[in-house]
Design a binder for this molecule. Sequence first.
Ligand SMILES: Nc1nc2c(ncn2[C@@H]2O[C@H](COP(=O)(O)OP(=O)(O)OP(=O)(O)O)[C@@H](O)[C@H]2O)c(=O)[nH]1
Ligand SMILES: [Mg+2]
Length: 327
Amino acid sequence: MSLCSVRERLRRTPLSDAVVRRIRALGLGRERGGAVRLSDEQLREGRRRELGRMGLIRAAANLDELPRAAEAELALAGRSNVGKSSLLNALVGKRSGGTTTRGLAPVQNRPGVTRSLNFYGSERRGARIVDMPGYGFAFASDGATAQWQAAMREFVVSRGGLLRVLLCVDARQSLRALDREFLLMLDREVPRTCSPWRGGGGVAEGSVWRAAATPTPTPACAQAGVPCLVVMTKCDLVPTSELARRFAADLAELGLRGLRAGVHMVSSRTTAGVPELRRAIAREMPKGWLRAQQSRPLSAAEAVWWAGVVQNSQDKTCFKNAEREGS
Ligand SMILES: Nc1nc2c(ncn2[C@@H]2O[C@H](COP(=O)(O)OP(=O)(O)OP(=O)(O)O)[C@@H](O)[C@H]2O)c(=O)[nH]1
Ligand SMILES: [Mg+2]
């Protein structure tokens, strides 16, 4: 799709007042002439850094080096430089350095920074979050890129403990061809039977954050694999009205393609939208998963990313709610 046609599609996408209000309430979107202003909650969120003892468990440069599958993994995927590692840091409450590596996951302002499947967690067998290399990064040779794409495809297709994928897209660009391919691959090729917890998300029907159901789902959709949330990153860089249109256009496209992914907007820089994303992850946990975990108390760090719990009462409430929903 050419840049021109994307612009045209955006121009034709109606601007929804509800979405604009939501973006403003979240503190996302660049207002005309205004600098990014952080709310008190965002400032508090930004200060909470040393939460949980998440650490790098393994950096796998190829599929032979993968750690044994944990009971639950959440993977961050997307094109290079869209902000996957920054989002990981924001989700677990660690600030990313602007162009340095002060966060948990290394972040830099150039594509191709993450070059291995990096597994983060608090204990060797517990739940984990997986930072994936960007697909198709610009400076890799064609051969290396193709090899990585095949390896990542293999990873998401065959990894038994992989419960959810967060597909990150740069909010300034929306869904691109490689994202569509990845989404379709997730939806159609990953067998649901890999893990008893994989099937079905739990977001309420009719939510504005969810793609509309297709009138006639294809058989492939009916046996969809790893559930996915689309996360629009860097939302602090996009003017509010453009962000609202891109959000609506992406949501509409997912619906038209029969993909059931929800769409979320975040800024890892300001942390706006991050607590809401954590809550969505908690809400979307498969029924019974949290109950199954009760045989073994969740460590603080696991709770941080599964249930979106940081050490603040608001998030603790959300964890309890998620538990209730799962029971
Ligand atoms: N303004 C702004 N910049 C961001 C945000 N998230 C990430 N960035 C910047 O985007 C650049 C790339 O971020 P990364 O997190 O390294 O991106 P990545 O997707 O992990 O990149 P690869 O590992 O190369 O695939 C860095 O300069 C970040 O500071 C955001 O929410 N807002
Ligand atoms: Mg990275």
